[in-house]
Ligand binder design. Structure first.
Ligand code: PBG
Length: 327
């Protein structure tokens, strides 16, 4: 048959398939999210996330070494305090769990790049991402606390802060507070496009941060919307965000792509706890191949436009990359 276009021509040979790949990935784009808890000698498995652990500060180095060995040099740290209160005071305490973790990590692992999740929900007794006024989160009051927490985390050694609270105006408030303290060169990666998602379920077990009443729909976005995502991303960029994030990743490739097209700053995608746990559970049941599913999900996020991929599979992905299993 006479045919000019034969797309299969470029698929016939594995070397050629690799040569014409449109998406190529690199270990330096990976970020590993990690939970640090109070106490000593703790490495406890998270029930809803098999293979993921909460570490006390004296044992977190075990994981840091594993990550560095595999080729992952960026971590995003979440602190889990022993005591939570109304004002989330653990988020900005000088001797808070995250501050102590940062100090120790900075000293013992100077080759690591330390990012902090900046939010109140791990530290508040009610589990909401801000300071409450009656039953609602008080946006403007919360900004003061986030700014304080940002400064305290950077003072303790954070290389970058990543606000995940979804309050309006937080990037500007955080940027101003950091600049005031002389931290003009510390970047802000904002969770700009963060949806109210059931895929965060396992994380809330990990961080013990499920809201005690209500839900997060008054601040996180409605997944029926995408134009609103562009508004959020644009606002954060205008307020000085250096990197914007889309979260979750797997069902949100359209948003990764749109944000990537609209803004000329790096876009991160966060493959969240539910994405991790679904793959783990399905693989454990023998329903899917874990390695292939993890690889595919990651490549698809990069293909959509993510330049940074935050994943609980970061170490595995780094190893697969080393073995040439991704583009
Ligand atoms: C804190 C925060 C959450 C996640 C990242 N930062 C929880 C939430 O918003 O409910 C979710 C991460 C994950 O599911 O892996 N606000």
């Amino acid at each position: 048959m006479e045919m000019i276009q034969r797309p299969r021509r470029l698929r016939g040979n594995p070397l050629l398939r690799k040569m014409v790949r449109e998406t190529r990935v690199d270990q330096s784009s990976l970020v590993y999210p990690m939970f640090i808890t109070e106490g000593e000698n703790i490495k406890e498995e998270i029930r809803t996330m098999p293979g993921q652990y909460r570490y006390s500060t004296d044992r977190m180095g075990e994981k840091f070494s594993e990550l560095l060995q595999a080729g992952v040099s960026s971590v995003m740290l979440f602190g889990i305090p022993a005591h939570k209160d109304e004002m989330g005071s653990g988020a900005y305490a000088h001797d808070g769990i995250i501050q102590r973790a940062l100090q120790k990590a900075k000293k013992e692992f100077p080759e690591l790049y330390l990012i902090t999740d900046l939010c109140m929900c791990e530290y508040t007794s009610h589990g909401h991402c801000g300071i409450l006024y009656k039953e609602d989160v008080d946006n403007d009051k919360t900004l003061e606390y986030l700014a304080r927490a940002a400064v305290s985390q950077v003072q303790a050694g954070a290389d970058m802060v990543a606000p995940s609270d979804m309050m309006d105006g937080r990037v500007a408030a955080i940027r101003a507070a950091l600049d005031r303290e002389g931290f003009t060169s510390v970047p802000v990666m904002s969770y700009a496009v963060k949806y109210a998602s059931s895929f965060y379920g396992p994380f809330r077990d990990a961080a013990d941060s499920a809201p005690a009443f209500g839900d997060r729909k008054t601040y996180q976005m409605d997944y029926h919307n995408s134009r609103e995502a562009l508004k959020e991303a644009q606002m954060d960029a205008d307020e000085g965000a250096d990197i914007v994030m889309v979260k979750p990743a797997m069902a949100y490739g359209d948003l990764i792509q749109k944000v990537h097209q609209m803004l000329h700053i790096p876009v991160a995608a966060y493959s969240v706890s539910g994405e991790y746990s679904m793959i783990k559970a399905a693989a454990a049941a023998g329903f899917i191949d874990e390695e292939k599913a993890v690889t595919e999900a990651a490549v698809c996020a990069y293909r959509s436009g993510a330049g940074i991929y935050i994943s609980y599979f970061a170490k595995e992905l780094a190893e697969y990359m080393k073995e040439g299993k991704l583009g």
